[in-house]
Design a protein around this ligand. Structure first.
Ligand code: MN
Length: 356
């Protein structure tokens, strides 16, 4: 994508105007893109002499522990001495990365709202940003916020400003948000960016192994359990699968945050399935993740039935109903939305592939 010169200039003015107190925040349950883009953008700002604090609402998954600079991340949930809250209240600029609704950060939302003087800048790739930002870099066509940050830095400073450490962080976001370069929005520009990161010494194989081959035995067994529980049905022409995990089940496998990350992608490895959902229960609500392939749009679906959102092929939402009610609502909604109310149970599809 092309970042408008006017907007780029405004951003340049903002970050080139002497040392500032800057806070970078990202979304709840931060993933590789949230953290990768935050750390890389933070390092760039630090190199320009700013006082930078990167804040996440809650803990990140342990497979990201190795990311360069992650030990300096402030976890707002554990801000016992209030020092992070103070950083937020004193910030002159607040960057919001990889999410676009300030109201969805729970307690951290209030801390940001209470600072009425800071310039609030959005850098994100999710659809439909909310109001309340002073400067908006919203590019839903970008495959990750990390790629967007790469392009911003390229435009503002040139790629020479990107260090190997920043490259490693950006690569994590580019890799994880594209399902290891397998989903949509894979542009020539993205692969050129990857090539330039490799030129800086980023070790693609090592990062892949750090992120994807670092799970616990419990997590692998939980995945096996989840896949065995998978349910499927047809909504018209659309094959739908879902995985539901209750809190008591998660506890049996000593669930850690991030353990269910990616589970929702597995059903789409089945040729006849087009939509996959996961329902992961915690103490307060059920987290819903949705994936689809091709033209099947789970972003609008999430918005219509679960007050959620995201991208066409990857979205999510929350349910405050019980697991049974959530699943019933999901089944009804999927039949209505994807299948115009016609399920295979009542109207079997004609097949000519396997006669007899
Ligand atoms: Mn992202």
């Amino acid at each position: 994508m092309k970042i408008g010169t006017d907007k780029a200039n405004k951003l340049r003015e903002l970050i080139d105007s002497g040392p500032r107190r800057i806070v970078i925040v990202t979304h709840t349950n931060p993933d590789g893109d949230a953290i990768g883009s935050s750390l890389a953008w933070g390092e760039l700002l630090e190199s320009k002499g700013h006082d930078v604090t990167c804040v996440v609402p809650n803990r990140y998954p342990s497979f990201l522990d190795w990311m360069p600079g992650i030990e300096q991340l402030k976890i707002f949930k554990y801000d016992e001495d209030g020092s992070t809250a103070q950083k937020i209240s004193e910030a002159e600029i607040i960057f919001c990365l990889d999410f676009n609704q300030i109201t969805r950060l729970e307690r951290l939302s209030d801390a940001i709202k209470d600072n009425e003087t800071a310039q609030v800048v959005l850098i994100d790739h999710h659809l439909n940003p909310s109001a309340g930002f002073d400067l908006i870099f919203s590019y839903p066509d970008s495959s990750s916020t990390s790629f967007l940050v790469y392009e911003l830095i390229e435009q503002l400073e040139g790629t020479t400003a990107i260090t190997k450490r920043m490259g490693e962080n950006l690569y994590v976001g580019m890799m994880t948000d594209t399902g290891n370069f397998a989903f949509s929005n894979l542009t020539p520009e993205l692969f050129r960016a990857v090539a330039s990161l490799v030129e800086k010494g980023v070790d693609v194989a090592a990062i892949h192994s750090n992120v994807y081959n670092s799970f616990t035995e419990d997590r692998l067994r939980l995945l096996g359990f989840a896949l065995n529980k998978m349910e499927t049905f047809r909504a018209g022409d659309v094959g739908v699968a879902y995985i539901a995990l209750k809190e008591s089940e998660l506890r049996r496998f000593r669930f850690q945050p991030g353990d269910s990350e990616g589970f929702v992608n597995f059903p789409l490895t089945v040729r006849t399935l087009d939509v996959s959902a996961s329902f992961i229960e915690n103490k307060k609500f059920i987290r819903i993740s949705l994936r689809s392939r091709g033209d099947v749009d789970v972003s609008k679906f999430a918005n219509k039935y679960f007050d959620g959102g995201g991208h066409k092929n990857a979205s999510g939402g929350k349910s405050f109903m019980s697991m049974a009610e959530t699943i019933a609502h999901f089944r009804r909604s999927a039949l209505e939305y994807f299948g115009e109310g016609v399920s295979v149970e009542s109207s079997p599809r004609q097949t000519t592939e396997f006669p007899g």
